[in-house]
Design a protein around this ligand. Sequence first.
Ligand SMILES: C[S@@+](CC[C@H](N)C(=O)[O-])C[C@H]1O[C@@H](n2cnc3c(N)ncnc32)[C@H](O)[C@@H]1O
Length: 324
Amino acid sequence: MTLGVPKTRAEVKDLQLLRQLFLDAPSQQGVQDYWSDDRLLQLYDDTYARRIAWKWDAVLADLGVRGWTPGSSISRIIDWGCGSGVASERYLAHYASVSSPPLLVSDRSARARHFTERKLKTQNTNLNISSAPPDTIVTEPSDLVLLSHVLTELTESQFEKLLGSIEKAHCLVWVEPGTPFCSQRLIQVREQLKENFAVIAPCPHQRSCGLINSNKDWCHFFANPPGEIFQSSDWMLFAKELNIDLRSLPVSYLVLQRNKNALAAQSNRVIGRPRFYKGHGKFLVCRADGVKEESLQERNHKADFKTWQKDCFSVQITSAADSD
Ligand SMILES: C[S@@+](CC[C@H](N)C(=O)[O-])C[C@H]1O[C@@H](n2cnc3c(N)ncnc32)[C@H](O)[C@@H]1O
């Protein structure tokens, strides 16, 4: 894995400023275009976007576990707010061999659109790719729309406009930071669109979200970064300079598809990170009848506990006899 670590103080400063923009939600809503040059996009793509890539990999792997595939009726992929194109990059890495309809990348920044077009064309030489400003996009019933890390930058009216412009699509795959703000926004999207869409993930049910009125818990999960980065001096330097905990990759996400019978519902999904104690664990479990903390005895789930301590992204409690 290569990483274009920041090599100068100026690059570190650029990354710090970008991070501030991304972290300071919602005060950054409506922020002006910040992609000042291609070098900044490349720096972003080599660093923050890699961490976003690992979130996408976890989400797309979860969709695979649920039996979801893009389906042959998709005739166009749209990467909305593409930045350096990490959402479509990961999508193509997972599904290009299954289906490869034309890809349209969109961002208010023309520089970002062109960067993404160049990058993805180099990575996928046969790709049919084009770009367009967001205002010109009208979704069609056979579109699949990818959205990634855009929510914190949109004003209320931009957010509503976006929902209006994507609600005709066939499918939405939306990945955001695992923060209370982004979780609440995605819950809002879910509630607003679920009349016409099936909820594919992460929810185990189609009813109203059990966290809609919660001010304590939020819907988020933790993706796993690849183990190699902890052996990489580049990543260690990046983490130190930017004061980032590389182990923590919180993600909120939502996958909606127009076909109401898209997939069989799961019975439950564990939210966030389980808490492990001597001999037992506590799990915040989402079920159709709501979100509640449940306790499991380790002796009844020895192998699962071992797995979940390493990877808690896609935890489901499988047996009804589990309520210890
Ligand atoms: C944090 S970056 C995320 C980029 C990419 N989707 C990713 O996950 O790495 C947010 C992107 O949204 C774009 N953006 C912000 N406001 C926008 C708007 N109103 N319309 C279209 N794009 C917007 C920015 O230019 C930027 O490229």
